[in-house]
Design a protein around this ligand. Structure first.
Ligand code: ZN
Length: 388
């Protein structure tokens, strides 16, 4: 852990890093666009409209006929697994470029190619463990309850996302990172005291996520409820940030906790999912059918199309909640210069674009642009100075 003296504070932007940040965010942005519009969506469309998925389903059906695997839903499960692996393999070059090469080029990653590959396989397996039963359930519900499937499916996904938002830090995070208890008793006491003062009852655990083995980027957050409740801090945050900045970051996370943002987002997602499933079902059954899994790409294309209308709205709501969490942090810490310093340091470490184009902010930013966060903290500082 860094001592106070080793960290320059308050932090000022590094011009070199700002230049790099512009290039990095641009490359990351275009890679993302190519990934979605040049790869995922065309893959879904081409494999579906060329008849490939229909052929794949028949091939699976013929090869398992007569065996115990010849049940309709088992064939569907095999289809989903093969199709996901195909999609994964086709997108591998660009995932490698964006997730490994670019990160190394900009000195943001400490990952070895071996560890990166292991994580890739883990992610693929985890996504299959969740996605195969979920897709099967969606198709089963659509097939069994043609009129009300969207309601049952919405309820099902609402429950799953509620459970996942509470346990993913316990079951998924440890698969990717080593996690240890925070050793610095002094810091732990301060953070626990600050949290309890603002209503986080009985916070027993402050844990350190050993993220520096893989990345330079920093993060923190509260997770879980009841006995599993804990404060997570990336070791990258502890090692590179001034204690006052760490307090600001934790106060921001505390703001989310006090404002019940996790519950708000679970509810917002639920409010969005019912109409989207309803519309998806209406359009989907005009051209495809829940009876055969080879219509899955069409289902996903419609779902994606509808979500892209909603994303700017949920992003806007998320930016609003983030702003509220910043306001909370400014009020509780009463250290606006520490917040400003923290935002600047974080932007330089993550090579974040601090002032993106308005359209990019609308479509892709779930946090306010760093420039706005810094300006808000400065305005807060001015108000405090006027009063004092
Ligand atoms: Zn936040």
């Amino acid at each position: 852990m860094a001592e106070d003296g080793e960290i320059d504070y308050p932090y000022e932007f590094d011009e070199e890093k700002r230049k790099k940040a512009k290039l990095y965010s641009k490359q990351k942005f275009y890679t993302g666009i190519i990934q979605t519009f040049g790869l995922y969506l065309p893959f879904l469309a081409i494999t579906y409209f060329s008849g490939f998925t229909s052929l794949l389903e028949s091939l699976i059906r013929t090869s398992v006929s007569g065996t115990f695997l010849s049940h309709h839903w088992i064939i569907s499960a095999i289809f989903i697994i093969i199709y996901s692996i195909l999609l994964y393999l086709i997108s591998l070059p660009i995932s490698y470029y964006s997730g490994f090469r670019l990160e190394h080029k900009y000195d943001l990653s400490n990952d070895t190619i071996w560890d990166w590959s292991k994580d890739q396989i883990k992610s693929l397996l985890i996504s299959m463990i969740f996605m195969v039963p979920i897709i099967l359930a969606l198709f089963f519900l659509g097939f069994t309850f043609p009129d009300l499937w969207w309601l049952y499916a919405g309820i099902l996904l609402f429950i799953i996302s509620g459970i996942l938002s509470n346990i993913s830090h316990l079951i998924i995070l440890p698969l990717f990172y080593n996690i240890e208890e925070l050793e610095d008793e002094n810091l732990k006491d301060r953070l626990v005291e600050m949290s309890e003062k603002h209503g986080v009852a009985k916070l027993k655990k402050v844990v350190v996520v050993k993220a520096s083995e893989k990345t330079e980027k920093a993060n923190a957050g509260f997770a879980g409820m009841g006995k599993t409740k804990r404060l997570l801090l990336f070791d990258t945050l502890l090692d590179k940030f001034h204690p006052k900045e760490i307090e600001g970051v934790v106060a921001h996370e505390l703001g989310h906790y006090v404002n019940k943002d996790v519950i708000r987002f679970v509810l917002i997602n639920a409010a969005v999912i019912f109409p989207i499933f309803y519309l998806t079902g209406r359009i989907f059954t005009l051209y495809g059918s829940f009876e055969n899994i080879h219509h899955l790409p069409l289902f996903l294309l419609i779902l994606y199309g509808l979500y892209s209308f909603i994303d700017p709205l949920t992003n806007a709501y998320s930016r609003y909640r983030e702003k509220k969490a910043d306001e909370f942090a400014l009020k509780t810490t009463d250290e606006p210069h520490a917040m400003v310093s923290g935002f600047k340091r974080l932007s330089d470490i993550d090579l974040a674009e601090i002032n993106p184009h308005k359209l990019i902010e609308i479509f892709f930013y779930d946090h306010p642009a760093p420039k706005k966060r810094i300006e808000m903290a400065k305005r807060f500082k001015e108000k405090v100075e006027q009063k004092g």
